[in-house]
Write a protein that binds this ligand. Structure first.
Ligand SMILES: [Zn+2]
Length: 204
């Protein structure tokens, strides 16, 4: 196939209607292939991507809350809600090797803090949980049976305070991200709704 620069004097849309017979035939076919390649390229840009990136997450005081730097980059399938929406939009605009700081307000991150999601229970209700301490997380069910994580906020002699807010609710977040890899998702990954290993090979 010819490279784009070789075809610079013949815009593809101007010559695409060339007759498929006669001397111009081979050129016409090449141009058709080139258009297909371009369409494929733009098509991929808007389809589901598998993105791998490194991140370091800090709060407004600069305290590191989480980082991928000690291990593998975080990999996810776009459009599945696997990561924060605003972070995903920023990543989708980045190229491999790009580094960027993405600042999210709490409401773009894990939400604002709701005081009414803090409940108090009798100590006796959690007596069966041995060695319970402040900061522990408990799996519970919400009003509609949805899973809720409750963090032990404080413990008194009679009452225990449990916090149903996300641990990062109310916190403005800064992600320092580096784009490591981006590739189109395989049909299997789209069907499964998650990313597989490098190149889309199954690993689970
Ligand atoms: Zn799978």
């Amino acid at each position: 196939m010819k490279r784009r620069s070789d075809l610079s004097e013949a815009p593809p849309w101007g010559t695409f209607s060339l007759s498929p017979s006669g001397a111009k035939n081979s050129q016409s076919v090449q141009i058709f292939l080139w258009i297909s390649e371009l369409l494929g390229y733009f098509g991929r840009m808007s389809t589901t991507q598998v993105i791998s990136f490194h991140y370091t997450l800090t709060d407004p005081s600069g305290k590191v809350l989480d980082s991928s730097r000690e291990s593998e980059p975080l990999q996810f399938l776009s459009g599945t809600g696997a990561i924060l929406e605003h972070l995903e939009s920023a990543l989708l605009k980045m190229k491999v090797g790009d580094k960027q700081r993405v600042d999210l307000k709490a409401e773009q991150g894990y939400g604002v803090y709701h005081e009414d999601r803090v409940i108090e229970v009798e100590r006796a209700q959690v007596a069966h949980l041995k060695d319970l301490k402040v900061g522990d997380q408990l799996a519970a069910s919400g009003p509609n049976g949805e899973p809720v994580v409750l963090t032990v906020k404080s413990m008194g002699f009679e009452k225990v305070s449990l916090d149903g807010n996300h641990p990062l609710a109310g916190v403005d977040l800064s992600f320092d991200v580096e784009m490591m890899e981006t590739r189109p998702a395989t049909a299997e990954e789209i069907e499964h709704g998650h990313a597989h290993g490098p190149g889309g090979h199954h690993h689970h």
